[in-house]
Design a binder for this molecule. Structure first.
Ligand SMILES: Nc1ncnc2c1ncn2[C@@H]1O[C@H](COP(=O)(O)OP(=O)(O)OP(=O)(O)O)[C@@H](O)[C@H]1O
Length: 311
């Protein structure tokens, strides 16, 4: 554990006793405690998935950890910098220079080429893109030869690769993903997850990903589970069925959404080649009314903070 920003620092993200309370003055009825004393450290070069039932605080966790929202109390340090000490402009600069974001809905600029989308964060930061470095990133994500295409001329998976390249090109301290595979079909989602996994290995990239999908989560080094705004457990390098089982214990597929969620989990877990045994633990698994993950609706994502000030 350390608070410096030296490259050798193990913990890139550190949250201590973070509370986030929405709505009204203290003690008022309409208050919601979205985060209730979250403390966690995320090491450099690791891939962490954040899971939990709907409303458990996953998005709030991501927003606070990434400096998109300020905690009500507690400390968030990113790459050794205490975020609460930063004024808005400095926070924006830090997000632009030290954080990469990947969203469910890609958030590419349709009028720009692949190359211009990927190099945009560098140019916004006043840095001249180095052709070799950009070429390498595009090669790594499988977009070599597509530099001049527009996002509209790419598949969903290719568009997400552009977003990943855009996140990687600044060599950020950490990349935050908000359901980065939520809009992709099962096969494409797997390719994107493998790519993220590889980025952790070859670039020693730190990645934090919020997901509802046990198969996606199982690509991470560690899966952290939130319930009622608290970290209630974690699993190291779990299988998809271990993740699904843990989510079941958290009541993640609650009664009002049992059938679609459970069927979806069953499909995803089965698609990952996991033994059938794990599926029996998901209530309503195989219940039939769920849709394939590829048909999953795109839930509203956070605004694209990395591009604030662009227009
Ligand atoms: N801006 C806000 N104002 C008031 N309450 C909020 C706000 N944002 C989130 N909440 C509440 O905080 C709690 C945690 O929300 P959050 O979006 O972090 O959960 P989540 O785990 O990401 O949920 P989901 O999986 O459904 O996206 C919920 O009760 C939610 O209603």
């Amino acid at each position: 554990m350390s608070g410096t920003s030296s490259p050798d620092t193990q913990e890139v993200v550190r949250l201590d006793a973070v509370h986030k309370i929405y709505g009204g003055a203290k003690g008022q009825k309409n208050q919601v405690t979205a985060l209730d004393g979250v403390s966690i450290g995320l090491d450099r070069g690791t891939f962490t998935a954040v899971m939990g039932p709907s409303g458990s605080g996953k998005s709030t966790f991501l927003h606070c950890a990434a400096g998109l929202d300020r905690p009500t109390s507690g400390s968030v340090r990113l790459d050794g910098v205490e975020l609460s000490a930063l004024k808005e402009r400095a926070l924006t600069k830090l997000r632009r220079e030290r954080i990469g974001f990947i969203f469910q809905a890609f958030n590419l600029l349709p009028a720009l080429s692949v190359l211009d989308n990927v190099t945009l964060p560098l140019r916004l930061a006043g840095r001249r893109p180095k052709q070799d470095a950009v070429d390498e990133v595009l090669q790594r994500v499988g977009l070599a030869g597509m530099q001049q295409r527009r996002p509209g001329e790419l598949s969903g998976g290719q568009q997400q690769r552009v977003a990943i390249a855009r996140a990687l090109v600044t060599e950020p301290a950490v990349i935050f993903g908000d359901e980065p595979t939520g809009a992709l079909d099962t096969h494409t989602a797997r390719e994107v997850l493998i790519l993220l996994r590889e980025a952790v290995q070859w670039a020693r990239q730190t990645i934090v990903m919020v997901t509802h999908d046990p198969v996606a989560a199982a690509h991470a080094d560690r899966v952290v589970f939130l319930a009622d705004g608290r970290i209630v457990s974690s699993l190291e390098r779990p299988t998809p069925d271990q993740v699904a089982e843990r989510m079941t214990h958290l009541g993640a597929w609650g009664t009002e959404r049992v059938a679609p969620e459970a069927a979806q989990v069953a499909e995803r877990v089965a698609g990952a080649g996991v033994a059938d045994g794990g599926l029996g633990q998901v209530p309503g698994a195989g219940g039939g009314s769920g849709q394939a993950s590829g048909g999953r609706s795109v839930r509203p994502s956070v605004q694209a903070p990395a591009w604030e000030g662009l227009r």
